[in-house]
Write a protein that binds this ligand. Structure first.
Ligand SMILES: *Cc1c(COP(=O)(O)O)cnc(C)c1O
Length: 225
């Protein structure tokens, strides 16, 4: 068993434990393996241990790995910041985008999604801690943004993604996720089934507050250099 395989089973175990603890359904939380900056060989180790969903933040690096790993049945998620001039390649080469932080980006992704592919699964990035430096829509903008993105033909709006300000205290970690989860639920839109919440440092808090996808890099592949 490789080190990555051991770490993968440890994370999956933690996820299951957190689901139980939060009285969530078993398997209601999926693991997205965040492989940015890591070599294709690391992804293969995780793949051989059963992982299928991988998240990347840097487009050129991701496209290179996609070519190297073309024989594997990987579902690719884009989770990084998006410049307008990158939308075409993202629309062509990914199944999911978690980091839609402007309407213009959503419009371009829809226009540029190739007709032979299914609609692109999209999460709206919400700037939940309201940090000026972080991208994302505010909670107040959310209802209108959801309306507009829902009208785009080649996008399937799945839910929201958040990267709150890092906290070490469990209660403080939960607070922004709780707020965002409640806001989305209050809109009564069952098609919004995805809460992309939580990373290595706040996995348990995110699952306690409704995460359906946790994005884990460091705990699986080690620290990034
Ligand atoms: C890098 C990254 C992660 C993974 O973070 P870790 O702390 O290494 O688990 C998750 N989400 C996003 C958007 C990232 O950029």
């Amino acid at each position: 068993m490789t080190l990555i395989a051991r770490k993968l089973s440890k994370i999956l175990y933690e996820i299951r434990a957190a689901e139980l603890h939060a009285q969530r359904k078993i398997d209601s939380v999926a693991l997205l393996a965040v492989s940015k900056t890591k070599p294709s060989l690391d992804l293969i180790q995780a793949y051989q241990a059963g992982q299928r969903h991988f998240g990347e933040s840097y487009l050129q690096e991701a496209l290179l790995k996609q070519r190297e790993l073309a024989c594997y049945q990987i579902t690719w998620h884009f989770i990084g910041p998006i410049q307008s001039n990158k939308t075409r390649l993202i629309a062509e080469h990914f199944s999911w985008v978690h980091s839609v932080d402007r309407l213009k980006i959503a419009q371009r992704l829809s226009e540029q999604r190739p007709a032979h592919l299914p609609p692109l699964n999209v999460c709206i990035q919400v700037n939940i801690s309201n940090e000026a430096t972080k991208s994302g829509f505010s909670l107040a903008e959310l209802p209108e943004v959801i309306e507009k993105i829902n009208c785009l033909p080649n996008i399937k709006l799945r839910g929201v993604m958040a990267i709150p300000q890092p906290e070490t205290d469990f209660t403080l970690q939960r607070e922004p996720y709780r707020q965002l989860y409640q806001s989305v639920k209050s809109l009564n839109r069952p098609e919004l089934d995805t809460f992309s919440f939580g990373m290595t440092g706040d996995l348990n808090a995110a699952i306690a507050e409704g995460a359906t996808i946790v994005r884990v890099g460091t705990a699986l592949f080690g620290a990034r250099g």
